[in-house]
Design a binder for this molecule. Structure first.
Ligand code: ASN
Length: 351
């Protein structure tokens, strides 16, 4: 453990929510509530927790309202806390408390923005509010604090339900279960075993491709409302509708969620719409609708059209990792060839 404290960044979500006549709404006063909750732990567990400070965003949100501009703000706050310019303090690691609905999107986006981070960024949240009967919030907070105190953890990770997963590999998997997240194409980074955080050897980015800190903090807000669209194929999909989305001037990329190992209907009008968008320099990539396994575009004749239309393989990336990567690359002043090259290159262990 490092002597520097950790920083908890509170962005909203069910974790801090309170009841209202319209249902659960984001709540404030989080620093006091966190300390009150931790005070209920057994004294020896409380004593072994790392020191931490708390920073709350001015307007905590239900994460269903988050946009790429929020991902940018969050990364900017973490980058400022990392270099001491947030509050003059040096932190050994970070915990982000986030709503679970779009937690995986923010975690993936943070991984691309904070490339090479050399300390833990542990994102967590809960299925039930901190003060609710039987809440998972305190358990998740305690595990997040314990994982964030491990200097060997050098990436953006998600602590939830006693498991630690790579942020850019994680998906919300269950609307209610305490272990509500999964990383279908990557094993756990660690787990809480008998109350202690354990990191599994060789699985962390530090052992793979972390590299030096090289944060990339482009202006996502400048991209406009829908820089990248997400198109999930369905049987009978209309080529004309797809073409309308792709022809929109504000759309600069598209994530296609195709069938099985990389197939789509052999409809000339659909393939023409895709090829047309690719030809204009829009970044098009495909992943599978199957939750597990990679695409291998071109293995079937039904996938050749995608390849001919210039659609890139998203390999075994999650939709969250693929879409946030398209946004991240689109927001940077790169030429089309470099954007395409970076999309198919693993940047932070996302594929
Ligand atoms: N709607 C909530 C959110 O994402 C869900 C949660 O945090 N469990 O903010």
């Amino acid at each position: 453990m490092n002597d520097a404290p950790l920083l908890i960044l509170y962005t909203g979500g069910t974790f801090g929510m309170r009841e209202s006549e319209r249902g659960l709404v984001p709540g404030g006063d989080i620093e006091r509530r966190i300390h009150a909750a931790l005070a209920t732990l057994a004294p020896e567990r409380r004593a072994s927790l790392p020191e931490f400070g708390v920073h709350a965003t001015p307007r905590p949100i239900d994460s269903s309202a988050a946009t790429p501009a929020d991902w940018q703000t969050l990364a900017g706050t973490l980058a400022a806390a990392y270099d001491g310019s947030l509050d003059g303090c040096h932190y050994a690691g970070f915990i982000v408390i986030h709503g679970t609905d779009t937690l995986a999107w923010s975690a993936a986006s943070l991984a691309y923005q904070l490339q090479g981070i050399d300390r833990p960024v542990v994102v967590t949240g809960s299925q039930r509010p901190l003060e609710a009967e039987g809440s998972d919030a305190l358990d998740n907070l305690e595990s997040a604090l314990r994982f964030a105190a491990l200097p060997q953890l050098q990436e953006v990770a998600v602590a939830f339900g006693g498991a630690l997963r790579r942020g850019v590999r994680t998906r919300k998997w269950d609307t209610r279960a305490a272990d509500g997240f999964a990383s279908p194409n990557y094993p756990l980074l660690g787990e809480v075993v008998d109350g202690h955080p354990v990191l599994y050897p060789g699985r962390g980015l530090d052992a793979q491709q972390r590299g030096l800190p090289r944060f990339e903090l482009p202006d996502y807000a400048a991209l406009g409302a829908a820089p990248v669209v997400r198109l999930v194929l369905w049987p009978g999909i209309s080529a004309a509708l797809v073409a309308r989305w792709l022809e929109d001037d504000t759309v600069q990329g598209a994530l296609l969620e195709v069938w099985g190992s990389g197939n789509c209907p052999e409809d000339p009008a659909l393939l023409e719409a895709l090829a047309g968008a690719s030809g204009e320099g829009k970044l098009l990539a495909a992943i599978s609708q199957c939750p597990q396994g990679p695409v291998s575009i071109g293995a079937y004749a039904a996938g050749q059209g995608l390849r001919d239309a210039g659609v890139l393989s998203g390999a075994d990336m999650t939709p969250e990792a693929a879409l946030t990567k398209l946004v991240h690359l689109t927001a940077q002043p790169l030429d089309v060839a470099e954007r395409r090259r970076r999309f198919v290159t693993p940047l932070v262990g996302e594929r």
